[in-house]
Design a binder for this molecule. Structure first.
Ligand code: NAD
Length: 474
């Protein structure tokens, strides 16, 4: 099957061998894909470098039209690509379809943003002096994405890169490449010129190394774990390639004692279990004030105990699908087992996970020791600890006691407390009484070790542009 797009040509065979893509709900093979190596990465960068000059001179209105057509193609095929995405990742079918629609929303937002004026007239210092800025596309952008939202995250990188006038080389995660390939078909069907977008598959470190040492590459936009992000930052530093890093999370979900507890429980179910718990902005620690602690735990445990697990393509749609692979199940299970061995108490029922796929039962714990991994790291699965606190100060201190800072949530009906937590939570994204803060027009990114830079919104476009300042004496 054609799997890589280089210089406008699809390639279905290469030196990197064939690899299967499996459905995590059943273990069934969905496809055999051809993989490349570093030479495909270099060829893709060469193609993007050759296409850069002509593409950077295409007017914004024409760039916008291409992005709009891509969005239309994605929207037209959302049901079909969304089902494929559900099959390869295990996400529930409606979430798969919603992700394709979200990817289309990024193409639409950046199509519109491409037309906005950019540059600034400055006040000259003396008569006859004219000072101003113009902005130019940065060059070839490398777009590296994970498996958990493989399509919308690639779209969040590609759409602004193309809108800014950059050309791109993308690498999809080997865990979930099929729907990403379809997104590239939507770009090709929309008429993207040869070499403007390129897609490779293959060994992660070797291919990204080849990309980051290519002389035309000026931007690397990566979404994935903090560990890999650190290695890429070091590599990018060698050639002073501009990094945009969207890394790991550890989101606190704070429920203050004036909150609407039922609404907080509804929000917790979404913030924790969307994408089977494998979202970078997933609620990772529930921090709940003592006056409502028992009520919140009881209501949330009841909801978790009633969850159905199954194939995400089934009808009716189950509440929880499988994790991406057995390695993730083993990791999540180990985090839970360590916490239990250290004294944590499971407050949900022992739920049986279906066999035949990489399923993981949901579970909530209290009395989690503060040094347990469940309290200190991203679980990236359907488990979490619940932590009681007495005061607002204690809630803030515990919420911020992490090296991560991607998202944070707070539930309260008091506007003063809402302001305080919004201003004092150390996170790039705050959901106040809102478990779904992401939007194409909103900036997405983290503080501390959760990343550098912002995607989405106008800020997302600027990551792919350079500001040039000019001072004229007339
Ligand atoms: P990962 O870092 O293992 O992989 C991400 C991508 O990098 C994949 O395509 C993978 O093939 C590639 N990769 C792996 N090792 C590499 C190496 N040594 N050199 C170069 N590339 C390499 O992450 P993952 O397991 O795919 O995704 C989960 C992580 O991503 C979680 O930590 C999650 O929080 C984070 N994430 C962050 C965001 C965000 O917007 N901040 C969004 C989604 C996921």
């Amino acid at each position: 099957m054609d799997s890589m797009l280089i210089a406008g040509a699809w390639s279905g065979s290469s030196d990197g061998g064939l690899r299967p893509v499996r459905n995590p709900a059943t273990g069934a093979e969905l496809a055999q894909l051809a993989y490349g190596g570093p030479s495909e990465a270099v060829a893709a960068c060469d193609a993007a470098a050759a296409a850069f000059g002509p593409w950077s001179r295409v007017g914004p209105a024409d760039r916008a039209a291409l992005l709009q057509r891509t969005a239309d193609n994605l929207a037209d095929r959302a049901d079909e690509i969304g089902a494929l995405l559900a099959a390869e990742t295990g996400k529930r079918r409606p979430e798969g379809v919603a992700e394709i629609e979200f990817a289309a929303a990024y193409f639409r937002w950046f199509a519109e943003e491409a037309r906005r004026p950019h540059g600034e007239m400055l006040a000259g210092r003396r008569p006859g002096e004219r000072q101003f800025t113009i902005s130019r596309p940065a060059g070839v952008a490398v777009c590296l994405s994970p498996w958990n939202f493989p399509v919308s995250i690639q779209a969040r990188k590609l759409a602004p890169a193309l809108a800014a006038g950059c050309t791109a080389v993308s690498r999809a995660s080997e865990q979930a490449p099929l729907a990403v390939i379809e997104m590239f078909r939507c770009l090709v069907d929309a008429g993207v010129p040869d070499g403007v977008v390129n897609l490779v598959l293959g060994p992660a470190a070797a291919q990204t190394d080849a990309m980051l040492t290519h002389p035309a590459v000026r931007v690397v936009s990566f979404t994935g774990s903090t560990e890999v992000g650190r290695a890429l930052l070091a590599r990018a530093g060698e050639r002073v390639v501009r990094p945009l890093m969207e890394l790991g999370g550890d989101a606190p979900f704070v429920v203050l004692d004036d909150a609407d507890v039922a609404a907080a429980v509804d929000g917790a179910m979404i913030a924790k279990f969307r994408n089977n718990g494998q979202s970078c902005i997933a609620a990772n620690r529930f921090i709940v004030q003592r006056r409502i602690y028992d009520d919140f735990c009881r209501q949330l445990a009841e909801r978790v105990n009633a969850m159905s697990l199954g194939d995400p393509l089934d009808d009716p749609v189950p509440d929880l699908g499988p994790l991406i692979n057995q390695r993730r199940v083993d990791e999540v299970t180990a985090i839970a087992a360590e916490a239990e061995a250290a004294g944590a108490r499971r407050i949900t029922a022992a739920i049986a996970a279906p066999s035949g796929g990489s399923f993981c039962a949901p579970a909530l714990y209290d009395q989690v020791p503060p040094d347990a991994r469940l309290a200190r790291s991203e679980a990236f699965g359907p488990i979490a600890g619940v932590f009681p606190v007495d005061s607002d100060d204690d809630a803030l201190a515990l919420a911020n006691d992490t090296e991560m800072g991607l998202a944070a949530y707070v539930y309260t009906r008091d506007v003063g407390r809402a302001w305080r937590f919004t201003e004092e939570l150390d996170a790039g994204i705050i959901g106040c009484n809102n478990p779904l803060p992401s939007a194409a027009h909103a900036p997405m990114g983290g503080v501390k070790q959760s990343g550098l830079g912002r995607e989405g919104a106008h800020a997302g476009l600027e990551e792919f542009r350079e500001t040039h300042y000019a001072s004229w004496a007339l």
